[in-house]
Design a protein around this ligand. Structure first.
Ligand SMILES: *Cc1c(COP(=O)(O)O)cnc(C)c1O
Length: 356
């Protein structure tokens, strides 16, 4: 082992880094592997103050997001993407080498990666057969853990299965775990089904945390801007831990434009188009012989199980279409996640499938 490897923390030596869609890469011109939006808006940039450090929490974004989410400004924290929110939550609430987070696989990979890099344990309660959360099992795991499980990460729409949360059962879980664990609802895709947001539970539940992002429906994955929504007491604790200047000035300027009246209208129009493209795709693929299962349609992606996903994945690659392969993840055998793109991209996708 090299000297440098030996110098690194044991947990880092053992770590397998998160393989983002960008790192996996691929060849082609149709990118449907990272749940990015297919279009990009124009933004103005004022560079006259780039010599100054930015505000800790730029008021122009916090005020705009408070109006958009119908929360108070002290119930929000803006971060370098939702991924930073996940990490700051773990660093704020979990004691290294002692505490754990709880995840419900199959789900988004960053919860476990962030915990591991912080030396925090990862415990699991599998999703049910239909990939809904097993609320009773989650509750039991938290209550039986003797205070070890500090954060439960739930994701809705769940990436990659598309399942949603049941608000009644979530509220019961919040009450049962109050004072013991935070329950995080990751709403990265909630703009595609805004009627299912859990923000109305924040006022009555101090242990509810919601994470959001501008990377998906707002079409701004490049700027790295996310939000944490919770009662002010949670936000204050996180503000002690987060970096002093988490949001670069140019990012704040772009985010404020995206969250303006005009920006919100563009986002909502995009959601209408993408939701329609998703429904057309879902209907068409469910008719195909090569398809065995189409998962719930809630975000800007569709998880599809094929008879032979390796053959399908290769056919896509041969046609220059890059998808996200889940086939080697437990319980997602033969599954491919398709990001919803333009109708032209969806037609290309269908044509490849029909030619099989
Ligand atoms: C994309 C995604 C995120 C990360 O969002 P960023 O703001 O780009 O860091 C978080 N959670 C889920 C479920 C996602 O799919």
């Amino acid at each position: 082992m090299s000297n440098i490897i030996k110098l690194a923390r044991k947990t880092v030596q053992a770590l397998t880094p998160y393989l983002s869609a960008r790192r996996i890469g691929g060849r082609g011109d149709v990118w449907l592997n990272a749940n990015e939006a297919p279009d990009c808006s124009d933004y103005q940039l004022d560079s006259s103050h780039l010599n100054r450090y930015p505000e800790f929490q730029p008021p122009q974004i916090i005020n705009a997001y408070a109006a958009y989410s119908k929360l108070n400004t002290d119930q929000l924290l803006t971060t370098r993407g939702a991924d930073e929110s996940i990490e700051v939550l773990i660093r704020t609430f979990c004691e290294a080498e002692l505490d754990s987070i709880l995840i419900c696989p199959p789900t988004y990979g960053m919860y476990a990666i962030s915990a591991e890099t912080c030396g925090v344990g990862v415990e699991q309660v599998a999703l049910q057969d239909n990939f809904d959360v097993d609320y009773d099992a989650v509750k039991k795991a938290v209550l039986d853990s003797q205070g070890r499980i500090k954060i439960v990460f739930l994701c809705a729409p769940n990436n990659p299965t598309g399942n949603m949360l049941d608000q009644q059962k979530l509220a019961e879980l919040l009450t049962a775990t109050e004072g013991k664990a935070l329950i995080v609802a990751d709403e990265a895709y909630i703009e595609f089904c805004p009627e299912f947001t859990q923000t109305n539970l924040i006022a009555s539940h101090e242990n509810l945390v919601i994470t959001r992002t501008l990377s998906k429906a707002f079409a701004l994955a490049s700027i790295r801007c996310g939000f944490t929504l919770a009662q002010a007491s949670v936000i204050e604790m996180m503000a002690k831990v987060i970096a002093p200047y988490p949001v670069p000035g140019p990012v704040a300027q772009i985010a404020a434009q995206a969250l303006s009246e005009d920006g919100l209208e563009i986002m909502r129009d995009r959601v209408v188009v993408l939701n329609n493209n998703r429904q057309v795709l879902a209907n068409a693929v469910s008719e195909l012989d090569c398809v065995t299962e189409v998962f719930p349609t809630t975000g800007n992606f569709l998880l599809v199980r094929f008879k032979d996903s390796a053959q399908v994945f290769k056919a896509f690659a041969d046609d220059g279409i890059i998808m996200r392969d889940f086939a080697n993840k437990p319980r997602l055998e033969n599954c491919i996640r398709i990001t919803i793109g333009t109708s032209e991209e969806m037609n290309k996708t269908l044509n490849t499938l029909k030619a099989l």
